[in-house]
Design a protein around this ligand. Structure first.
Ligand SMILES: *Cc1c(COP(=O)(O)O)cnc(C)c1O
Length: 359
């Protein structure tokens, strides 16, 4: 068996040790004689799996008892609607900081449910930076302020989380667990699992307890944070296997040294790749240096007609899923926690080789 170096933006690479453990436990989960896939979510075995996953996640991010942690379905996309439905009344204003494609979708969805005020945007800069906080036009008494801490497509990341008066809401789908976070500065954090947590089909929501329980009248139960919180995310059948696998990833992150260690590795991995891009006259990174993502690194070749040859050569060397998003073009290397430093070395080596031959 040869495992490729996988730079997929999501669903993305998972730690090999986690996949091996899931494989070893697949048919007979720890002597129970059946698979996690076949288990009732009400069984004592699964309740233990669920609780220990939550405990490890709370420990990794230092989440206090004043926050609910929910394991839900519907992806991060569903949260684009749940946030306004639960945190704002129809006539309220919510501020959005617009730094890329995921923010665009969050804004579009929220606009149907709340008065959206785009308090700052880098659209004029083609989403290649985070607008400086001094230029934000925040609304006094906004219901909340929404940011996308890492724009997965554009490769733009907030390296400092802002201070705003309203509850800060963050889509952290593509950076969660890659660095320490002071959760107490946020009203709500959500993250689709398929980037840094586990399989697709799961979204983790961290919501301050006083913000749950205010869903607008008419909100269906299944879209109400307070309902899920009261039922320990088992209001209906949760995505059990994804939750289990997320738990294995949390245990892996802990064993590897926690989010501080993930941050050190991310800085080394991204640092090496950006340095290689900077050192070359052939590759270009479009994002402003101060706002470059450590998770998703878009770059272009000096001659776009070589893109296909670059990708074909990468594929031959087992470097997979490097094609950039169609809205940005070029390449994108996603460097989530499970992407090893060896994978980055292999990529940088290939880039140098390709430039020497074709550049
Ligand atoms: C992937 C992603 C999403 C969408 O996640 P789904 O699970 O497909 O709904 C939203 N926001 C960001 C920042 C993402 O990276």
């Amino acid at each position: 068996m040869t495992r490729a170096f996988n730079f997929s933006p999501g669903p993305a690479a998972l730690p090999e040790a986690v996949l091996e453990q899931a494989q070893a436990e697949l048919l007979d989960y720890r002597g129970t004689g059946h698979s996690v896939l076949e288990m009732s979510h009400r069984s004592s075995e699964f309740i233990e799996i669920a609780a220990s996953a939550e405990a490890d996640f709370r420990e990794l991010l230092g989440i206090g008892g004043d926050y609910h942690v929910l394991f839900l379905q519907g992806g991060a996309t569903q949260q684009f609607a749940l946030v306004p439905m639960n945190l704002a009344a129809a006539g309220d204003t919510a501020d959005y900081i617009h730094t890329g494609s995921w923010g665009t979708k969050a804004i579009k969805e929220a606009s149907q449910l709340v008065r959206v005020h785009v308090a700052a945007s880098s659209e004029k800069q083609s989403f290649t930076c985070v607008p400086p906080a001094s230029e934000w036009r925040l609304t006094p008494n906004a219901a909340y302020c929404h940011i996308t801490t890492n724009e997965t497509i554009g490769g733009v990341q907030f390296h400092d989380y802002p201070d705003v008066g309203a509850p800060l809401v963050a889509d952290m789908s593509s950076e969660i667990l890659s660095r320490p976070v002071d959760v107490s500065r946020f009203g709500l954090i959500y993250a689709g699992a398929q980037k840094n947590i586990g399989p697709a089909g799961l979204v983790v929501v961290v919501v301050r307890k006083d913000l749950a329980g205010k869903a607008r009248p008419g909100t269906p139960s299944i879209l109400d944070y307070a309902v899920h919180a009261a039922e320990d995310s088992m209001f209906n059948t949760p995505p059990t296997f994804a939750w289990y696998l997320a738990g294995l990833v949390f245990a892996w992150v802990k064993a590897e040294g926690g989010v501080a260690e993930m941050a050190r590795r991310s800085a080394r991995k991204a640092g090496r790749l950006y340095a290689a891009i900077e050192a070359s006259n052939f590759y270009t990174a479009p994002v402003a240096k101060a706002d470059r993502s450590l998770m998703n690194v878009p770059f272009t070749l000096a001659d776009a007609t070589l893109d296909a040859a670059f990708l074909a050569g990468a594929e031959e060397r087992g470097l997979k899923n490097l094609k950039g998003h169609r809205s940005v073009g070029g390449m994108r290397a996603s460097l989530y926690n499970a992407v090893t430093e060896a994978a980055v070395d292999a990529l940088v080596g290939y880039m140098q080789e390709f430039e020497a031959e074709r550049g």
